[in-house]
Design a protein around this ligand. Sequence first.
Ligand code: TTP
Ligand code: MG
Length: 387
Amino acid sequence: MILHIDMDAFFAAIEQRDNPSLKGKPVIVAGKSKRSVVSTASYEARKFGIHSAMPVFQAREKCKHLIIVPGHMSKYQDNSKRIMDIFSTFSPVVEQVSIDEAYIDSKGCERLFGTPQKMAEQIKKKILGSLSLTCSIGIAPLKFLAKIASDMQKPDGLTIIERSKIDTFICQLPIGKVPGVGKQAMQQMTLLKVSTLGDIKKYPSWILNKKFGKMGPRLLQLANGIDNSSIQTHSKKKSISSETTLSKDISDFETVNRILLDRSQNVGRQLRKKNLVCRTVSIKLKFSDFSQITRSHTLNAGICASTAIFNAAVKLYKKIKLKKKIRLLGIGVSSLKDKDAPFQMQLMQTDQKKQKQWESVDSAIDSIDEKYGTHSVSKASLTKEKL
Ligand code: TTP
Ligand code: MG
């Protein structure tokens, strides 16, 4: 069985824990700027219809006595690390998927912790006892079902989908609950009269492929109770990304350049910390009308130097014909491998030398940042204005 654990109203719950006057009150964690959106809402605030990604002004209209708390990212990261450390005391097979959620494989843990349900109960107890936070856990034989289950009885929930109940569950599962099925896919689903995951079986693989691309055949597999995705432990992580929502929409290349440089430093730092290199670099742009595009490029050899990531990102950006202003810019890296594992192609000798030089600059910056805080040392082009 696989456990999927997701913390309840994570950022807001931490703020409520650390400031008892916020307990039981409608609280959101959000930035100060006019364009800020809700990063999370306490369950008390959710009763007013407030949710993540909602503009703050709209949240305010919904609840007049709403309390807005600024975020404390390093505190959330610190709590996240402690939570992941707790998970690793239960099983060596833990996949962290975001700041507040992870999958755990319960295989081989029965002798120590009993049934998966007993194990989940102990995990909940340990997190509550050491961090005073609650979480919701889903247990199922398949990864995607465990994720759906953890969301079913939030907050402080524990939901189990037994193997014998999978078929019935899938037949009744609203298609919109399946991870990856977003707004656009939902429009197609309505046209195809697909309302549950079970309904997908009415269509052959080629039609699903035509309508939904790669996701089509995967949906058919899921509908048949097959999910081949295994738990990806730390070193097998698939991608790393970092993005910035801008305080005002922009289109000038100089600002874009600075943000890409800043984000590539962030992504590069995460890669180097995990001793990984990437081969694919992607950029993501969200425009003023909220539409978005991504562009990616796969290199011949693995890189982890911030400058190399930045160069690839700028190349991608220069190929885009900008028609609208940009509200969000991000960089992602994927095709990750351990730095010491050989990629098929090596860098040219001169590039190799350059890369080594940049890597030593990067690692010097990384260790200063680690000691004195991010942005203690920055590239000169980043110092002009705070991003
Ligand atoms: P989630 O697990 O999606 O949400 P949550 O933990 O706040 O609430 P739930 O009980 O429904 O799980 O995200 C975890 C944290 O990530 C969340 O506390 C804040 C942050 N976050 C954002 O900053 N922006 C977002 O749009 C979302 C969805 C989350
Ligand atoms: Mg959560």
